[in-house]
Design a protein around this ligand. Structure first.
Ligand SMILES: [Zn+2]
Ligand SMILES: [Zn+2]
Length: 121
């Protein structure tokens, strides 16, 4: 079961629904994490278990301009850290996402909040 997330910034920026993780049937091939593009000024989520994402060493391409963009959170080998608010297991690694003080692609400040609004499966 994955989570549905939303992001919102103090400047007024609000994203569409974002996804974290994958569904029950496709979690081996599908894991969405949240990314942002400063140029297009958008936050979006993308599957990082595609061939394309693996070939570009985890760098993700913007859904709009196709440039390589950074993602929120961290993919790590080590254990749970309570500073992170959300987590998802990817094979033997873990993805952690902290919900507050994230980079906003619109105002470029670290005042974006990412928070769960529901689940999908
Ligand atoms: Zn872009
Ligand atoms: Zn902002």
């Amino acid at each position: 079961m994955g989570s549905i997330l939303q992001s919102q910034c103090k400047c007024g920026y609000e994203s569409y629904d974002l996804y974290l993780g994958g569904g029950m049937m496709n979690f081996h091939t599908h894991c969405e994490i949240s990314c942002y593009c400063d140029e297009c000024e958008i936050v979006f989520s993308k599957n990082i278990l595609t061939k394309e994402a693996k070939q570009s060493e985890g760098r993700i391409r913007c859904v709009k301009c196709r440039k390589k963009v950074p993602y929120y959170g961290k993919i790590v080998n080590d254990d749970y850290n309570k500073d992170y608010h959300m987590e998802w297991h990817i094979g033997d690694k873990s993805y952690y996402l902290k919900g507050d003080n994230q980079h906003c692609p619109k105002c470029k400040k670290d005042t974006l909040q990412i928070y769960p609004v529901g689940n999908f499966d």
